[in-house]
Design a protein. Structure first.
Length: 335
């Protein structure tokens, strides 16, 4: 089956019960390609009736998944996200936020300073032990980000500042402690929804870290591509995971895509098996080899949104068709 792995007993539709099943949605990292992939996959799931956004008890978003998760909780529908991804007009680019970020340097000197600062942020993000905070003067002289919000960026047109009422966790990493930081409504770190989404999507070395209440936060994908392990022990009945940077099992992809995607897949399956052992049904959607090649090596590039969204939609629909056939065989596994 292409791109979709269903584990224990198959979760669509949920079994009848005297209580409403508890459900979660986990949206992984993936850059701009990931945004488009989420749009296509979510539209296929909701249009088919396999997933109901309004019924979700919790959404966890990492990086690109944090942007999409926040939009979903704020009332943007998967169909609207899909239409946005397909819109190749200037208005479509504006709605997607293609022009949100611009080069942060204006001279060779500022580029060199930012390159040094970005290298420190990238290296620091990959370490998992505490280090002293850099003095303010050094942070000012060598800012850590090659891109910054452009003058035309209008965050309010994309996300409100207020957190939604229903559970939404956006994952980031504090580069000074090396620890994962889960941002949420009334959480200990504070911050508004816009700040949380930017922090979760602050790819180290590319975008500036987000300073929030004494913490320096970067992309949550530094810790885990999906952060699915946050749901271990939560005893949800059903979880749907969309992992744009994963790779469906036994799909050959040439280097350098293979190593990263196989690493994501292996770690994701390890957590899935732990959830399965706790009695949770998990549906994992990962790209096929063809889909991974469509994403490309540079998942932050502009211009491939429509192609990726359409391919993700088609691949997810195909996976759901395979699922219907698999459900005729009790206790089957597909992968």
């Amino acid at each position: 089956m292409s791109g979709v792995t269903f584990l224990r007993p198959l979760g669509y539709p949920p079994p009848p019960s005297i209580r409403k099943p508890t459900t979660g949605l986990v949206l992984g990292a993936g850059g701009r390609a990931g945004l488009a992939h989420h749009a296509g996959a979510l539209h296929a799931l909701t249009a088919s009736g396999a997933l109901d956004i309004d019924d979700l008890d919790i959404i966890i978003g990492t990086s690109a998944g944090a942007i999409v998760g926040a939009q979903l909780r704020c009332g943007v529908t998967p169909e609207e996200l899909y239409d946005m991804a397909l819109d190749d007009t200037e208005e479509g680019a504006r709605r997607r936020g293609d022009d949100f970020f611009a080069p942060a340097w204006d001279s060779a000197l500022s580029l060199a300073q930012r390159a040094l600062g970005s290298s420190w942020v990238l290296g620091r993000s990959l370490l998992r032990f505490p280090l002293p905070v850099l003095p303010r003067q050094l942070r000012t002289t060598f800012p850590g980000g090659l891109m910054q919000l452009s003058e035309n960026a209008d965050l309010d047109a994309h996300l409100p500042r207020e957190w939604p009422e229903r559970h939404l966790w956006l994952v980031s990493v504090d580069i000074h402690t090396g620890r994962r930081v889960v941002l949420r409504r009334d959480g200990p770190v504070g911050g508004n929804l816009q700040q949380a989404a930017l922090a979760s999507a602050a790819v180290p070395g590319i975008y500036q870290p987000v300073r929030l209440n004494g913490r320096t936060l970067v992309d949550g994908g530094v810790h885990s591509n999906t952060n699915l392990d946050l749901l271990l022990g939560k005893r949800l009945d059903h979880i749907t995971v969309i992992a744009p940077l994963g790779l469906s099992a036994m799909s050959p992809v040439p280097p350098p895509l293979a190593a990263v995607r196989q690493f994501v897949h292996t770690n994701l399956m390890r957590i899935v098996e732990s959830l399965r052992a706790q009695g949770t049904t998990v549906a994992v959607l990962e790209p096929s080899a063809d889909m991974a090649r469509a994403h490309g090596v540079n998942t932050l590039r502009i211009g491939a949104s429509a192609e990726i969204a359409e391919a993700a939609y088609s691949e997810t629909v195909l996976g759901l068709s395979d699922l219907v056939r698999e459900t005729d065989r009790p206790n089957s596994l597909a992968g």
